[in-house]
Design a protein around this ligand. Structure first.
Ligand code: SF4
Length: 512
């Protein structure tokens, strides 16, 4: 008995060749992409094209292809070009037109750049029209995503500072040495001010040092060589450090191959060695797991990202959410004040909120010390603390602190009258003199308000929802879609790159 196979004949002709349209299932996500982009107003994108020259591929087609590529985990322009040639979904979207990878890359980096936020906004507003988001209650969180830069391309702010200081010190030492052996006519009674050195001053001083040392029998060969080295290198080095400081722009580090990236501690530390890697801090606000706002930052700390993040939200929707829920990483006086001024209900934890709850709740912490400042009684009316031994701690000082962002906070200090011979001193505090505690009255006021919000029924529900709303979005984008590293460099480009991921995420979620 012979084998049975289905007929296979590559030469067999179709009587009615199927159209690509017929081959794509009605519920395929590519149709959702097509439908959504058909509804968008693409005037800002069209504006990015010149009216002169050869006709370009239609921006609507390019946008559909680009968004679908991100949904399909196809990010490189060469792979997108290949997909336009071989993948039936891309072929349907592009009507079988094939843009080359340079055109695709140009579309992404130049044409789409200026118009993308508007496109993202329109898609979110479409989701709102369909009742999938209300833009009222948002959940905000951040994650660090690695830059495309090499991991060992760091430039550290502290190293530049140290090198500069060392350089100035060497210059000063050399100047003093030269003066000590200088002939009378070369002696300079007014030495340069080494506290403030610029390129010109370094050049001038190095020239003077070399002039004194040259042909001076008292100068050693080593000193002469060092003076020549200073003359040759110091001014150029100083200029280089100045440029590096400009690139740092207040940060502690940057990468040589992506100067916008800052070295940060990543959550996904597969080497488990706590190594800092170049990256960006991505902030999102989500609603029912849809991303309604995203911003990319160079600061490692989430604290200072909330203001620009909310500004972006306001720019997108000309309004602000009614409530914002976030973890303790955002609980600062500056942020509480910002949210309060903007009329947003802040369900934002402060750094000791969980500790407070655990010490009274079921998960009572063993180290919930009765000596902790927050455990001491504070008399609000008369403005004093009472220490664990019942001693009154009076206010001794009021000062101001300035945060990295420039925000100023006022704080007060309270000191115990006499801690000498106290039997519980060892457990109470470690200092040599009387115990001093610090209090920020405005922050305490905001913390009290936040505590009330967070412990309310709505607050508890929001805290629970936070872990099921914004956190899974990052998990999905990073782990399910395997987006753990940017492929582009520079803040503008990585912001667009994440934006495309966010848009693809929203459309994917809508079609799920
Ligand atoms: S050490 Fe000082 S502050 Fe602490 S309990 Fe004793 S007296 Fe009070």
């Amino acid at each position: 008995m012979s084998h049975k196979f289905k007929t296979y004949n590559q030469q067999q002709n179709w009587l009615f060749p199927p159209s690509i349209e017929e081959l794509i299932p009605q519920d395929h996500p590519v149709r959702i992409v097509n439908g959504i982009i058909e509804h968008l107003d693409l005037k800002p994108l069209i504006k990015a094209y010149s009216k002169d020259g050869q006709p370009s591929y239609h921006p609507k087609m390019m946008l559909k292809v680009m968004v679908y590529a991100y949904m399909d985990n196809t990010y490189s322009s060469r792979k997108i070009e290949k997909a336009m040639r071989e993948n039936i979904n891309f072929m349907w979207l592009s009507n079988r037109q094939v843009a080359d990878h340079n055109t695709i890359a140009r579309f992404r980096s130049t044409k789409l750049k200026g118009a993308f936020k508007d496109i993202f906004r329109q898609v979110v507003l479409l989701l709102a029209e369909e009742g999938l988001v209300a833009l009222k209650e948002v959940y905000t969180d951040g994650t660090k995503i690695e830059s495309a830069a090499g991991r060992y391309t760091f430039v550290w702010g502290n190293a530049i500072k140290t090198r500069k200081e060392k350089m100035v010190q060497q210059l000063e030492e050399m100047w003093e040495y030269a003066q000590s052996i200088a002939d009378d006519e070369d002696k300079d009674p007014t030495p340069p001010d080494f506290k403030k050195v610029g390129k010109e001053k370094v050049e001038q001083t190095a020239r003077k040092i070399n002039k004194i040392l040259k042909g001076n029998d008292k100068a050693t060969a080593k000193a002469k060589a060092k003076a020549r080295y200073i003359k040759k290198n110091f001014a150029a080095n100083l200029e280089k450090y100045g440029q590096q400081e400009k690139l740092l722009a207040g940060r502690n580090s940057y990468s040589k191959t992506d100067p916008d990236a800052t070295f940060m501690r990543m959550k996904d530390d597969h080497m488990q060695n706590g190594q800092l890697k170049p990256g960006y801090n991505v902030q999102i606000s989500s609603e029912d797991q849809f991303i309604v706002n995203y911003t990319v930052h160079q600061q490692t700390n989430d604290l200072h990202t909330l203001r620009p993040h909310l500004e972006n939200y306001q720019y997108l929707y000309q309004s602000l959410p009614e409530s914002l829920t976030a973890d303790a990483g955002y609980g600062s006086q500056e942020n509480y004040e910002l949210l309060s001024n903007k009329g947003i209900n802040a369900y934002v934890k402060f750094n000791t909120f969980d500790w407070e709850q655990n010490k009274t709740g079921k998960k009572k912490k063993k180290n919930a010390s009765t000596f902790h400042r927050d455990q001491l009684h504070y008399n609000e009316k008369e403005d004093y603390y009472v220490c664990p031994m019942g001693q009154r701690m009076d206010k001794i000082f009021e000062g101001k602190k300035t945060a990295k962002s420039g925000y100023k906070q006022t704080y007060s200090k309270y000191r115990a009258k006499n801690c000498k011979g106290c039997p519980i001193r060892g457990a109470c505090f470690k200092g040599k003199n009387e115990r001093v505690v610090e209090r920020n009255h405005i922050l305490e006021h905001y913390k009290k308000k936040a505590r009330e919000y967070l412990l309310s029924v709505i607050g508890q529900a929001k805290l629970k929802k936070r872990t099921a709303d914004v956190e899974p979005v990052f998990a999905h984008v990073k782990h399910n879609r395997n987006f753990k590293r940017f492929t582009h460099r520079g803040l503008d480009k990585v912001e667009l790159e994440f934006g495309l991921h966010a848009l693809a995420h929203n459309i994917r979620k809508k079609s799920a």
